[in-house]
Design a protein around this ligand. Structure first.
Ligand code: BGP
Length: 486
């Protein structure tokens, strides 16, 4: 639409805040009737490799179930938000948060996943959290499934590999949509839904020992079930409260060609398609053609039921949210040096620096991504994760001087503002991990993202004391000036 006045900055009511996930902050893994989840049976990795359901076997699961401690499973302890939520929310409020993205642990509400009645103590916990947020006018943004599910559903039906899980999920979503309909307006269905095709713990489908082809098959079938569950949840939610805004959530992988060689450019385009596929389904409401060729070439056959296509069409999301940490590079021959990343490995970009974990820092890529999404989908966008994992050090004066984090966030917010001036409709920004938490990929505590330091080490030793880092004051000012003073 033609307009003479271009936006000059973030809109009024912009949702500034931070994002966490239940299995990375809560702890209290067996309190008040909660069941065990898939995230709580993955052992702490000895190296810094990503975790997947391939790290879980029937034997390791049995071992984990028998182990009633949190010693080898840091996601069972989190940072004890379960007992510290009042203190933590007060700190978020002190920074001026307008929004707090969090997830509900499905197994607090339905401990086994297939229970017919919800666990009242679990529901009551989230009531307390939402009421606390309301005290400070902080809007909750709730992820329904963030990298976990009740473990019993994995034991019984191999998680999302089974179509039956859709019904279990919808019983859960109906319960929480109904219970919290006056307390929560913004919902996300599946965190980083593309993680399922990498076999992450959100899929709950064990694939250890399968061939690559079999893994691909089971992962895309699990994904299809999640697509259907998400589309049905969108419809269910809108019926319960038409004011609900329900979004999708993608781990965005901005990909560049290694050179201007058209073969490399095409390789990068293909890699980008492989990332946009998920939002194509959830925002446009149908499988895109280019995936048919991929499925045929990889021997994947999606078992669809009659009516599935109509469900996807009728369950389009209201907005698109995504995580953005880094960008990556692709070439036709994959000749370059590789580097680590969020979900995927990629080739090195000589123009970019990396985090201590090898993730390539690329603020301009965020502007490119925002423009790509807006151009392709024309729905409001929400950056619900972005941040820098670093090994923060407490200095002798008991402080954390994290100028590197301020620098990372500032540069990304600057580019977000550029995208807003480019005309992108951006709803908000919830950076990842406002309080230090357990890393999703490595289960380390020492990979810290927060404005708030938590005194706990990788082994779980520490007082759990919360300490404001230098970045705390900085973000407070950013929010107070609606992103003008960076
Ligand atoms: C995203 C996940 C988060 C989170 C973040 C940082 O992929 O949605 O749960 O943890 O990445 O990743 P990590 O914890 O591995 O550093």
């Amino acid at each position: 639409m033609y307009r003479e006045n271009v936006p000059t900055g973030f809109k009024d009511g912009f949702l500034w805040g931070g994002a966490t996930a239940a299995n990375q902050v809560e702890g209290g893994w067996n309190r008040d009737g909660k069941g065990l989840t898939t995230a709580e049976v993955v052992r702490k990795a000895d190296d810094r490799k990503n975790f997947t359901m391939s790290d879980v076997t029937k034997e390791s699961m049995a071992e984990a179930i028998a182990d009633k401690s949190d010693e080898h499973y840091p996601k069972r302890r989190g940072v004890d938000f379960y007992d510290h939520y009042k203190e933590d929310i007060a700190l978020f409020a002190e920074m001026g948060f307008k929004a707090y993205r969090m997830s509900i642990a499905w197994a607090r509400i339905f401990p086994q996943g297939d229970d017919q009645e919800p666990n009242e103590a679990g529901l009551a916990f989230y009531d307390r959290v939402f009421d606390e947020l309301a005290k400070y006018n902080i809007e909750p943004v709730v992820t329904l499934s963030h990298y976990e599910m009740p473990l019993h559903l994995t034991e019984k039906q191999n998680g999302w590999a089974s179509r039956e899980t859709i019904n279990d999920f919808l019983r859960f979503t109906k319960t929480v949509f109904t219970r919290y309909q006056d307390k929560v307006k913004y919902w996300l269905t599946f965190n980083e839904i593309n993680s399922t095709t990498f076999g992450f713990t959100g899929s709950g489908a064990i694939d250890a020992g399968l061939s690559e082809r079999e893994k691909t098959q089971i992962r895309y079938q699990s994904l299809h079930h999640q697509f259907i569950a998400s589309a049905l949840a969108v419809q269910q939610g809108h019926k319960i409260n038409p004011e609900f805004k329900i979004g999708s959530m993608l781990a965005r992988m901005q990909t560049y060609p290694a050179t201007p060689n058209p073969d490399d450019v095409r390789a990068a385009q293909q890699s980008d398609d492989a990332n946009l596929f998920f939002t194509d389904v959830q925002v446009r409401g149908e499988y895109p053609e280019y995936m048919n060729r991929f499925f045929a070439e990889h021997g994947v056959k999606i078992a669809m039921e009659p009516g599935d296509e109509a469900i996807l069409k009728a369950g389009k999301v209201d907005f698109l949210s995504f995580s953005y940490y880094m960008s990556t590079v692709t070439s036709a021959k994959h000749a370059g040096d590789t580097t680590m990343g969020n979900l995927v490995f990629g080739e090195k970009n000589p123009y970019l620096q990396t985090s201590e974990w090898g993730w390539q820092i690329d603020p301009v890529g965020l502007r490119i991504t925002l423009n790509t999404f807006w151009d392709r989908y024309r729905v409001p966008l929400f950056v619900v994760e972005n941040g820098l994992g670093a090994e923060d050090k407490l200095t002798a004066d008991g402080q954390v001087h994290d100028s590197y984090r301020i620098d990372y966030l500032r540069r990304h917010i600057e580019q977000m503002k550029e995208a807003v001036k480019d005309g992108v409709d951006l709803m908000g920004y919830t950076m990842w991990g406002p309080i230090d938490l357990i890393s999703a990929s490595t289960s380390e505590m020492s990979k810290r993202y927060g404005f708030i330091y938590v005194d706990q080490d990788d082994e779980g030793n520490g007082t759990l004391k919360r300490i404001r880092k230098d970045s705390f004051k900085w973000y407070q000012r950013v929010i107070a000036t609606n992103g003008e003073d960076l």
